[in-house]
Design a protein around this ligand. Structure first.
Ligand SMILES: NC(=O)c1ccc[n+]([C@@H]2O[C@H](COP(=O)([O-])OP(=O)(O)OC[C@H]3O[C@@H](n4cnc5c(N)ncnc54)[C@H](O)[C@@H]3O)[C@@H](O)[C@H]2O)c1
Length: 251
């Protein structure tokens, strides 16, 4: 049975992705450092099992991947979804805040991918990294978060370039705003209203809409796609001249 690892799977986009993989007949390793929440949700997923792991800790990553392989014998897809958001002005982003964001969003994505390579190359697997529109466009308050996500986009291209000869594909999904715990912690009512104005589809995305794009890129249906960044964002990234006033048709 095909096996996927989904990091940050205890809630939000990761949990929806794990559910969709399971619905499509995959075995899923749900990986998260929130052991309590993970233990609560994993039993609800057919062919799903929980593995506690902080992806920013190299020893824990080694142990997690070894446990998955011991249980399933294979890894066909890796979804590097675990991420943290910490928004603040540059002057107030001290080194500890900067490092915490980089440790999970960038270091963790690098580490888990690296440790999965031997298993992924056995049958030609897929990596799907989760970045953000904040990695595609500059913005205020995202010096650490946005920079970490831009780095994830470049990491994806590096992986595609080097791992292609092993038959491993690497792609990236850049979500627009989704009403998860992560987003609601940093999106004020003003930010929510501004997003609605700036997004052509005039709304936030859902976890399930993100999961559809992620599982597609992980699947055989995407067998000739590698090194790509897919913004799943209601059109936000594509609208360079996206001022709400310019989108209104004159009466
Ligand atoms: N929600 C949005 O609007 C949005 C927009 C763009 C990008 N994203 C990205 O999508 C991904 C998922 O976001 P979400 O909104 O579902 O977040 P979320 O906060 O709801 O879920 C993230 C999960 O990752 C886990 N996690 C965090 N750090 C970890 C670590 N070091 N090791 C293991 N697990 C860890 C958390 O415990 C949590 O369960 C993130 O990479 C995020 O940056 C989200």
């Amino acid at each position: 049975m095909k096996t996927a690892i989904v990091t940050g799977a205890a809630r939000g986009i990761g949990l929806a992705t794990a559910r969709l993989f399971a619905a499509e007949g995959w075995q899923v390793a749900l990986v998260d450092r929130d052991s309590e929440e993970l233990a609560r949700v994993a039993p609800g997923i057919a062919q799903g099992f929980a593995v506690d792991c902080d992806i920013s800790e190299p020893d824990q990553v080694e142990a997690m991947v070894a446990e998955v392989i011991a249980r399933t014998g294979r890894i066909d897809a890796l979804v590097n979804n675990a991420g943290i958001a910490d928004f603040g002005p540059i002057e107030q982003t001290d080194f500890a805040r900067w490092r915490a964001v980089m440790a999970t969003n960038l270091d963790g994505t690098f580490l888990v991918s690296q440790v999965c390579i031997p298993a992924l190359r056995k049958q030609g697997g897929a990596i799907v990294n989760i970045a953000s529109i904040s990695g595609l466009r500059g913005s205020t308050l995202r010096v650490a978060y946005g920079t970490s996500k831009a780095a994830v986009i470049q990491l994806t291209r590096q992986q595609a370039a080097e791992l292609g000869e092993y038959g491993i594909r690497a792609n990236c999904v850049a979500p627009g705003p989704v009403r998860t715990k992560l987003a609601m912690a940093v999106h004020s009512p003003e930010i929510i209203a501004a997003y609605h104005d700036a997004i052509p589809l005039n709304r936030y995305g859902s976890e399930e809409e993100l999961a559809e794009a992620i599982t597609f890129l992980a699947s055989e249906k995407a067998s000739y796609i590698t090194g790509q960044v897919l913004a799943v964002d209601g059109g936000f990234e594509s609208t360079g001249v996206g001022l709400p006033a310019l989108r209104k048709t004159p009466a």
